[in-house]
Design a protein around this ligand. Structure first.
Ligand SMILES: [Zn+2]
Ligand SMILES: [Zn+2]
Length: 91
C-alpha cells in the first residue's frame, strides 16, 4: 500500500513538474518574442520607420552610432547592421 501511494505521489509530482516546465517554456517564448533582436535580453523599445519593432533603445542607438564604422571594410555593404531583421529595409 505504502509503495503504491508513494508511486502515485511520485507520478503526480512528475506531472506537476512537467506542467511547470511547460509554463516556463511558454513564458520564455513570450519573452523571446519581445526580446531585442540584437542583444536578446532587453525588451524591444524602438519602432523603426517602417513600423517594425526590433531593438531595444540601447542596441538601436549602438547600431545607428556604428553606421559606417563597423570595423570590417565591407565596401559593397557599408551599413551591414542597420537593417531591419524582419523586412531587411535599412533604417
Ligand atoms: Zn538590445
Ligand atoms: Zn522591418
Amino acid at each position: 500500500m505504502t509503495n503504491i501511494d508513494s508511486e502515485v505521489t511520485r507520478l503526480i509530482q512528475l506531472r506537476c513538474a512537467a506542467a511547470v516546465q511547460r509554463a516556463d517554456t511558454q513564458r520564455a517564448e513570450q519573452e523571446r518574442e519581445d526580446a531585442c533582436m540584437a542583444c536578446l535580453s532587453e525588451s524591444r523599445a524602438v519602432v523603426l520607420p517602417y513600423g517594425c519593432k526590433c531593438y531595444c533603445a540601447s542596441c538601436h542607438a549602438r547600431i545607428l552610432a556604428g553606421r559606417g564604422a563597423t570595423g570590417d571594410d565591407e565596401e559593397d555593404e557599408p551599413e551591414p547592421t542597420s537593417k531591419c531583421p524582419f523586412c531587411s529595409k535599412p533604417f
